[in-house]
Design a protein around this ligand. Structure first.
Ligand code: EPU
Length: 335
């Protein structure tokens, strides 16, 4: 087993933050999981594509870098296919694999950075689709019982950017495979306004999976910074869910506030709108910036430290609390 010491994590996190790990192992074979000596370290972290982590200091433990590979069809009929994907596969590479075969279900999730293994943890979502809609099963290694386990979709406790892997199982497991149920007779979801508009501009009335994926890629590329060019972790905060009573109070001062229906008592408000309206969009503090085109994304202008990005997020969160009486919750995991 090749455990390396003092490894730079700069190229393993999409913020491009310079931080070191006390120890690091590249996981390319799930069979070694039971023999990884996690008890020798004060803590450990399973890292996928590194697109949702912010290192504010060196990591004083063991990084298990999930690089498991492989995409296999395990069930197929006229209507659908069940695909088993290794957790270390790049998410967008899997999206391309699916639309090359005309398998529908994940085209709206095109270009989301990160790995397949992280997709159920976060229940990644975009443009009207969440990954929980297509996941059938998750396989993982449980470090506490030292055994391989399987979890059905229903047991994953999926919610908005949330799952059992962020709660009860946090820091206890390594996801090895995710199973997706994809459709052969394309039923694309174009209900999200921006997708409809993009397709209309191109004059496409009966979109294929590739048309939807291309539209999503165009929308994302126009607003969201490419982590290869400008380090970032996608949305930094979750969109907060607030009471209708608070919404009514806010509408007095902000009649144009954007919100989405949740239930009889609550609505969801885009954090990007709140931050933008508060005047933070484009704001620079040291090497950290609130992105100029999408206020929900914080970016590394070059040599930012994780602490610098964190401090900017703290200042923004405090201002949102003061202005709107709303507590923002970070979507990115802080280490
Ligand atoms: N808005 C502003 N100013 C901004 C940003 C947004 O006014 O700077 C407004 C927009 O005009 C729009 C509303 O806020 O009316 C929502 O914006 P957008 O459609 O860009 O989506 P979002 O709510 O900011 C969420 C997800 C994204 C996902 C998009 C599209 C969360 C935390 N973020 O963003 O996911 O791509 O919807 O479905 O739910 C991610 O999680 O990393 C991510 C990028």
């Amino acid at each position: 087993m090749n455990i390396q010491n003092n490894v730079s994590l700069k190229s393993y996190n999409t913020f491009g933050i310079q931080a070191k790990a006390r120890a690091y192992i590249a996981l390319t074979d799930a069979a070694i999981l039971p023999s990884i000596p996690i008890a020798d370290y004060s803590n450990f972290l399973v890292l996928g594509g590194g697109s949702n982590v912010l290192f504010t200091q060196d990591f004083d433990g063991l990084i298990i870098h999930n690089l498991l590979e492989g995409i296999t069809c395990i069930e197929e009929d006229d209507q659908e296919v069940v695909v088993r994907v290794a957790a270390g596969e790049n998410w967008h590479r899997f999206v391309l694999w699916a639309f090359d075969r005309a398998y529908a279900g994940i085209e709206n999730l095109s270009l989301i950075p990160g790995s397949v293994g992280a997709s159920p943890v976060q229940n990644i979502g975009a443009y009207g689709v969440e990954v929980k809609d297509v996941i059938s099963q998750v396989d993982y290694f449980d470090f506490e019982s030292k055994s391989f386990k399987t979890m059905s979709n229903a047991d994953c406790a999926f919610a908005y950017r949330d799952s059992i892997f962020k709660r009860e199982l946090k820091g206890k497991v390594c996801i090895t495979y995710v199973y997706f149920r994809l459709q052969k007779n394309a039923k694309v979801n174009t209900s999200y306004g921006a997708i409809e508009r993009t397709l209309a501009v191109k004059g496409i009335s009966n979109p294929s999976i590739k048309d939807v994926s291309d539209a999503v890629i165009a929308i994302r590329s126009s607003k969201l910074p490419d982590p290869k060019v400008l380090g970032n972790g996608g949305s930094f905060f979750k969109n907060p869910i607030i009471s209708r009573e608070l919404l009514t109070r806010l509408q007095v001062k902000y009649p144009d506030i954007v919100y989405y229906e949740v239930d009889d008592e609550q609505v969801k408000v885009p954090a990007g709108w709140l931050i933008d309206r508060a005047g933070w969009k484009g704001h620079i503090k040291g090497q950290a910036q609130c992105h100029k085109d999408q206020a929900l994304v914080l970016v590394n202008l070059g040599n930012a430290t994780g602490q610098e990005i964190y401090d900017l997020s703290d200042t923004i969160a405090q201002s949102i609390k003061e202005l709107y009486d709303i507590d923002l919750e970070r979507e990115v995991s802080i280490f």
